[in-house]
Design a protein around this ligand. Structure first.
Ligand code: BGC
Length: 403
């Protein structure tokens, strides 16, 4: 069904060639990543209940099993990240064995006809690298060029940096991610270095591969003011501007990777520097296991906000922490209806990748947030498709929500 046809029909089909998949990141699933800043953070006991990523899902060794699982669930796209600290453990010192590993992974995806979305920086940095330093821009450009030369022929979609705002906010303003700073100047310095780092990587990749499709992982939240009070409206506008637009307005891309989870109602609070003097107020909506409110229309609204950039959009993350799988089926159905509604309105959405294929290491929450379509048994390393994964598999197969 073409995009024109879809606008004339009220059924739940998606456009032809729509990509259906799921997302992961190296540190959260691979296991044994011991050369990055998160490894040190975990050793310092900075994670909830002193948890450590350890072997995680052992995906480094089990990637074939995981890709087979994804294919058995009718998915045709997979997002993974390349762990920079494995490839370049010391500045300029390249580990060829690790390049060969990712080559194997990417070849396997090609063999299985699965489109790859490859992130170059997903929250973890080699221990010698620091986004706050201006040298970070060159280092990141060189790393991107290296991957383009070595592995670019096997990569379908590039995602330079995952969620610049979240990294800068959590690492430099809130202090819950390494390096644990709480400094607004550092926050903006990091945002600006990520903007420059992305733009440098974009051009470096294109100089090796002129037709590469390069984007970044943009985490946009649906913000609304808690009241009509001008102060509530101002903090809401400020958060929208910094979180949803700062990076996009300053960068070049071939597509937008949108990542969206929840909605936040904001009230002005002079004692809460964290969200530019806004505090979140609950709206009484259903919540996921982490207390994030579920509001599917929010995804529609943030997709509409992207229209002005005039680029194709892939939803590269969207999902729900739901250990007992009581929310996920409904979440999928309602959020995907929001995507469909955006397409019907003319927004050029070309794919949806759910977060995540399986439960994994959820950063400062350790293994407690369970976002997987497949449940992980961390003792036996068994992956078991949840009922919602089977429901999603039907959608992927039919390219439609009428299943
Ligand atoms: C991140 C993922 C994370 C997910 C759920 C996103 O912000 O990119 O790494 O696991 O949200 O918290």
């Amino acid at each position: 069904m073409s995009r024109d046809q879809i606008q004339k029909t009220d059924d739940w089909r998606f456009p032809d060639n729509f990509l259906w998949g799921s997302s992961t990141s190296a540190h959260q699933v691979e296991g044994n990543n011991v050369l990055n800043n998160w490894y040190l953070w975990e050793q310092e006991g900075r994670i909830n209940r002193q948890q450590k990523s350890g072997v995680a899902c052992d995906h480094y060794n089990r990637f074939r099993e995981d890709i087979d699982l994804l294919v058995s669930l009718n998915q045709n796209a997979f997002r993974l990240s390349i762990e920079w600290s494995r490839i370049e453990p010391e500045p300029g010192k390249i580990n060829r064995k690790e390049i060969a590993h990712y080559e194997e992974v990417l070849r396997y995806l090609r063999e299985k006809k699965v489109k790859s979305f490859v992130t170059l920086h997903h929250f973890t940095s080699p221990i010698w690298f620091e986004w706050e330093q201006s040298s970070s821009i060159n280092h990141f450009r060189n790393f991107s060029a290296l991957i383009a030369k070595e592995l670019g022929h096997l990569i379908d979609f590039w995602c330079t940096i995952n969620e610049p705002y979240i990294q800068a906010n959590e690492g430099y303003l809130v202090g819950e991610f390494p390096p644990g700073k709480k400094n607004i100047k550092s926050f903006f310095r990091v945002m600006d270095n990520m903007v420059a780092g992305h733009n440098a990587a974009y051009h470096a990749i294109h100089s090796v591969l002129p037709h590469a499709l390069v984007g970044a992982g943009q985490n946009s939240e649906y913000f609304i003011p808690a009241s009509d009070d001008p102060l509530d409206r101002s903090v809401t506008d400020m958060n929208k501007a910094v979180r949803n637009r700062y990076f996009l307005d300053r960068t070049v891309c071939d597509y937008i990777g949108l990542q969206h989870y929840s909605m936040t109602k904001l009230r002005f609070n002079p004692h809460a520097p964290k969200m530019f003097y806004g505090s979140s107020v609950l709206s009484g909506l259903p919540q996921n296991d982490l207390g994030w409110e579920i509001y599917p229309d929010g995804l529609y609204h943030v997709l509409v906000e992207l229209e002005k950039y005039g680029k194709p959009v892939y939803v590269t993350e969207n999902g729900v922490a739901d250990r007992n799988d009581t929310l996920r089926k409904d979440y999928l159905e309602r959020y995907l209806k929001a995507v469909h509604r955006a397409i019907t309105r003319g927004i050029d959405v070309r794919g949806y990748l759910h977060w995540s294929l399986m439960d994994n290491f959820e950063w400062c929450r350790g293994f407690d947030g369970r976002f997987g379509l497949c449940e992980m048994n961390y003792v036996t390393q068994e992956r078991i498709a949840r009922n919602s994964a089977k429901y999603y598999a039907q959608i992927c197969k039919k390219n439609s929500l009428s299943v």
